[in-house]
Write a protein that binds this ligand. Sequence first.
Ligand code: GLC
Length: 475
Amino acid sequence: MKIMYVASEVAPFIKTGGLGDVAGSLPKALAAEGHEVAVFCPLYSAIPATWREKMTYLKNAYVQLGWRNQYCGVFEYTDDEVTYYFIDNEYYFARGQVYGEYDDAERFAFFSKAVLEILPDLDFKPDVINCNDWQTALVPVYYNLMFAGREYYQGMKTVFTIHNIAYQGRYGREILEYVLGIDDAHYRSGFMAMDGDVNLMKAAIVASNAVTTVSPSYAEEIQTPYYGHGLDPILRDCSYKLHGIINGIDQETFDPAHDPYLFKNYTTRTLKNKAVNKAELLAMCGLEGTDETPVIGMVSRFAGHKGFDLIEAVLDEILEEDVRLIVLGKGEWRYEQMFMEAKRRYPGKISASIMFSAELASKIYAGSDMFLMPSKSEPCGLAQMIALRYGTIPIVRETGGLKDTVTAFVDYLGTGNGFTFHSYNAHDMLHVIREACGVFKYNKEAWKKLVVGGMESDFSWKTSAKKYLEIYQSL
Ligand code: GLC
């Protein structure tokens, strides 16, 4: 099969979150099954020069978007497995940030139209086009409205993957004709409309031949009002073509035996080196503590749905325990402030680094004993799988992909790989944090089994890649 994979971020070139990781690793796993895979991504100015130097300029074209006729350059980079095409237009992509510009709708509409327009120039005729999240939601829409009838494009199938339903690409009706170049009739028919807005994600769900999301539980959840962010009725209507497939992680990148950022690499046979990472991490963060002190790590965007309001409610109670809390991330000011303040009140017990850093993230995955993810919703979540790979035991709320990858430890049965709570309730979370600390301190044998079991778990893409291929094939 020829597979076209379209995403607004692709690791290692550019990444702001889990989508980048998935777009960086799933296509390789598809290619490993013997398929031809091409990945499409905007050529942002933020892509480091070291990568740009490796790309070759292919050709350029002009793309009609509404009344605008825009330049589109194409650069190519090929590694052993996958071909990457980067869409160049400095007006749209030489910006300060990847997302959050005033004209994001236009920027990503351009990208979505361009990737379709240039296919004949690339001599690439995909059997299936898999796009991701609202930024590429217009690909199946443009395909159906403007390309499907052209000879070169006939018979292509479209798949739309939802990584987070909270971000839908909602805009006023006026952008439809003026910016996107789509006839207002498609608003009046209801196709592009949702609750009085143009809604790109909704249109993609309707337009695509199949819809996937990143865990089986999330596929169920988003059909309910609590998780559906208004799109639940649409998803219930489309449930016949909705599939939940759990993400994998790149097990070569996230491997404590080879991760270059660690103080000391380790395997299940050299766990004493994990202890070295813990001691060095504590020292680096200016925290006191011994090997006996439970260290809880967090690496997250500080967004409401990641569960920070639960932490806010019981932060003092957590820090009054004999624990150390090491936090890395940034986001909502209110939570940044909360951690900075806690640092003043509990010196030596909590460290908060308000930034993103892949290096510090690795050091936290390796140097912590536990990893906390109390998300209100979590489509898949990658960090809990990475933590397990590093022998760091997850404490999670039972939602979405967290529920599908972490099961509660039950001592007398010898089952489970982490600590979980069900209700979105701060004291339920506090209770399992205390439970985890208890097992860590007083049941060392069980703890070691958890650590080794976690490190040995298989979160590779192999099984999930096959599930994507089954869907592609069925179309
Ligand atoms: C989004 C989701 C996260 C998921 C990731 C990759 O970032 O919030 O749960 O793991 O996409 O699919």
